[in-house]
Ligand binder design. Structure first.
Ligand SMILES: *Cc1c(COP(=O)(O)O)cnc(C)c1O
Length: 686
């Protein structure tokens, strides 16, 4: 990388000579002598660092907003690399760039999902601490029971770490399906920690949950649909036991943000007011109203505004006090998930939040307290099901740039002459006359020439070769203006517009569908940035394309720290094939992404590592190899042996026909077998 950054800045334009003759049909020589084609290769490095000495790690931090979304876990260190600091700037840290290289030295492959359990620990403690503080400040009488919904990320090592870090604070788990309940039962035996059972339930799910109560688990079965209540009471009677039951209420208040449909009258789960009243009647008749211990609701994930959280809390707290007055002796109110993560640091978008964890805890506690005190109802224990807020921060996806589609051009095409169409002569003139004094005028000329070129081509005035010349000249002038503008005062608008115009496509070694599916599926924004070189100015703009052949396989939503809005390109450092590896990280990918990821184009799980950080360095706790090609193919019913056998037979036929030598056939089979054993992503040649 260093090479590409040290290119001199003033080699961009050579004075054109006006002597090249036009060929017979009046077109310039460009196409016939291949000038366009050869010039393309020369362009990548031409546009280099401007004002590099003025750039700093602090400026990079500003451009990428890392101090806003990093929550103290990520920062830029004095070497210009990203550091991970699970305990904030006073605690130990690890250099993400060095770590990435050292992991590769160990044979771990890019793209890598790097998980930091210390960050999980910090999140668990943070949330617990916020509620303890809110309880103390408000003199609240109930207990706090945090519960982690494992659907957010069920990876075994991660859930084990959560259970371990959560032991002291009695962190419980939530299951949203039968398979998840089976996971929860095998991974957790924390005394008195709550297990919440949500989701669609059949008799087997319910019977399993009830029996788990007999081995000492504090298990609460939440009635999500009214039919479930009957199965629970009947099964419990059969087993001769008292179940612990929760009701999920369908609130009228909706959340906000991307997952707004999780609440409201038409939401998938929950009981309406009518069903709740009927449910209470039913339990009374069964003599089981004392089994109703919990009132639950969930207004959807990533709620961006504290106002929505508060209004749903008010409605829910009323449900709670009313259930109490109907005779239910409830112990818990379960406020579900929804606590958001600040993915862009703006405080004002759907990918952000306008409140802190402490404000969230304060509002939950004070709202419930006020409503209960009003009705003389004892303060319930408060269950939260925050998933995203616990695990999003802990993992980072690192990948490298494989190649680039670059529009910068330092070499002009063969000069236009008097015989060429006037648009070409005008562009030639603009190119030659450009100076710092007329830069605005030239910039406007340039914009106009673009439209004109298209029109003239459509009307049949320009032929294809001439259009190619105009495009080539357009990018040359744009490059020249941009280079000049970057060192001039008051040219910010030109600089930012031309950077977009000359925007690169960086082809990156990862799959959006596998590693950041929500970026594609719901247009969620994730922080993305280079993890090194940050003392140099990232003077290009790029969009990121992944390895899939799907045109949706790209990231085109980035943080714009200046406006707080979303922009379609990312500031990057110049890159050319053959340069030292250039690494980018997608941050805050710990929630939902891994399990939602799919096998589009047969790109499988990436390699993953768990890294714990301490004063004397770091430890690789776990290495979870990504899928091999053979494994991915097994999911779609291909058998390795049969595939190899088929290809072998085809090569035998070709050997017999004399179309391939035995040596070549051996080579083909070798590549084929190695391919099947290999990583699904691109690997560096050894
Ligand atoms: C998904 C889900 C959660 C987790 O929500 P987060 O916003 O990730 O905290 C909690 N409770 C229920 C019922 C859910 O379905």
């Amino acid at each position: 990388m260093a090479n590409s950054l040290n290119v001199s800045t003033d080699a961009v334009v050579q004075k054109p000579t006006n002597s090249a003759p036009a060929n017979s049909n009046g077109a310039p020589n460009t196409a016939t002598n291949g000038a366009i084609a050869t010039q393309v290769q020369n362009t990548t490095h031409a546009f280099a660092q401007v004002k590099s000495e003025e750039w700093s790690a602090e400026k990079s931090a500003q451009v990428y907003g890392i101090n806003n979304w990093g929550s103290g876990y990520f920062r830029i260190n004095p070497n210009g690399n990203v550091s991970v600091t699970p305990q904030g700037d006073k605690g130990p840290s690890v250099d993400l760039y060095e770590l990435t290289q050292e992991l590769q030295d160990r044979g771990i492959r890019i793209p890598i999902m790097i998980r930091f359990p210390d960050i999980i620990k910090s999140r668990v403690e943070l949330l617990h601490g916020c509620f303890q503080k809110a309880f103390a400040d408000h003199n609240y009488k109930g207990q706090y029971c945090g519960v982690y919904p494992i659907k957010v990320n069920q990876q075994r090592h991660l859930v084990q770490e959560l259970v371990k870090f959560g032991k002291d604070v009695k962190l419980g788990l939530e299951a949203g399906s039968k398979p998840e309940l089976l996971v929860v039962l095998s991974l957790m035996n924390t005394p008195n920690a709550v297990i919440i059972c949500n989701g669609f339930k059949d008799t087997e799910y319910i019977e399993t949950a009830l029996l788990a109560q007999k081995i000492g688990r504090e298990i609460i079965i939440v009635v999500d649909r009214k039919d479930e209540l009957k199965i629970i009471t009947e099964t419990a009677k059969k087993l001769n036991m008292r179940p612990k039951i929760g009701f999920r209420a369908k609130l009228n208040t909706q959340g906000a943000g991307k997952w707004v449909d999780s609440a409201g009258a038409r939401s998938k789960f929950g009981l309406t007011a009518i069903e709740i009243v009927e449910g209470v009647e039913f339990l009374k008749k069964q003599n089981m109203l004392d089994c109703l211990e919990l009132m639950h609701y969930h207004i959807g994930s990533q709620v961006p505004s504290i106002q929505s959280i508060k209004s749903s809390l008010k409605e829910a707290a009323r449900f709670y006090t009313e259930l109490y007055s109907l005779g239910a002796n409830l112990k818990y109110i379960d406020v579900g998930g929804g606590l958001g993560v600040d993915y862009d640091g703006s405080g004002s978008s759907d990918s952000s939040i306008n409140y802190s964890e402490q404000e969230y805890a304060n509002d939950v506690v004070s709202t419930i307290q006020t409503m209960c005190d009003e009705k003389n109802v004892p303060h319930p224990n408060i269950v939260t099901e925050s998933g995203r807020a616990l695990v999003a921060h802990h993992s980072v996806l690192i990948f490298n740039v494989m190649g680039v589609n670059n529009l910068y051009r330092s070499e002009p095409p063969v000069p236009a002459t008097k015989k060429d169409p006037s648009i070409m002569q005008e562009m030639q003139y603009t190119f030659e006359k450009l100076t710092a004094d007329n830069i605005n005028e030239c910039f406007n000329d340039l914009l106009q020439s673009k439209n004109e070129t298209l029109n003239l081509f459509t009307y049949g005035v320009l032929n294809l070769t001439q259009r190619a010349w105009c495009e080539s000249m357009f990018f040359t002038i744009a490059t020249k203006i941009l280079t000049m503008a970057q060192s001039l005062p008051d040219c910010e608008d030109i600089v930012s517009e031309l950077r977009q115009t000359l925007c690169d496509t960086y082809f990156c070694n990862f799959s959006v569908f596998q590693s950041v599916p929500d970026s594609w599926a719901v247009g969620q924004l994730f922080p993305v940035m280079p993890i090194h070189n940050l003392k140099q100015e990232p003077c290009h703009e790029a969009t990121l394309a992944d390895l899939t052949c799907d045109s949706d396989g790209k990231i085109e939503k980035f943080i714009d720290t200046e406006t707080g809005e979303v922009k379609s390109t990312l500031r990057v450092h110049p890159f050319a094939e053959g340069d030292a590896p250039y690494y980018l990280g997608v941050f805050l990918t710990g929630a939902y992404q891994e399990i939602l990821g799919d096998l589009h184009n047969l790109f499988g799980d990436t390699d993953a590592v768990h890294i714990s950080i301490h004063d004397s360095g770091y430890t690789v706790d776990h290495y979870i190899p990504g899928d091999t090609v053979t494994e991915v193919l097994t999911y779609v019913q291909y058998g390795r042996a049969e595939m190899v056998d088929n290809v072998r037979q085809y090569t035998e036929e070709s050997i017999n026909k004399g179309n391939i030598t035995k040596q070549e056939a051996k080579s083909l089979i070798k590549h084929y077998e190695e391919g099947l054993s290999g990583y699904t992503y691109l690997e560096e040649m050894e």
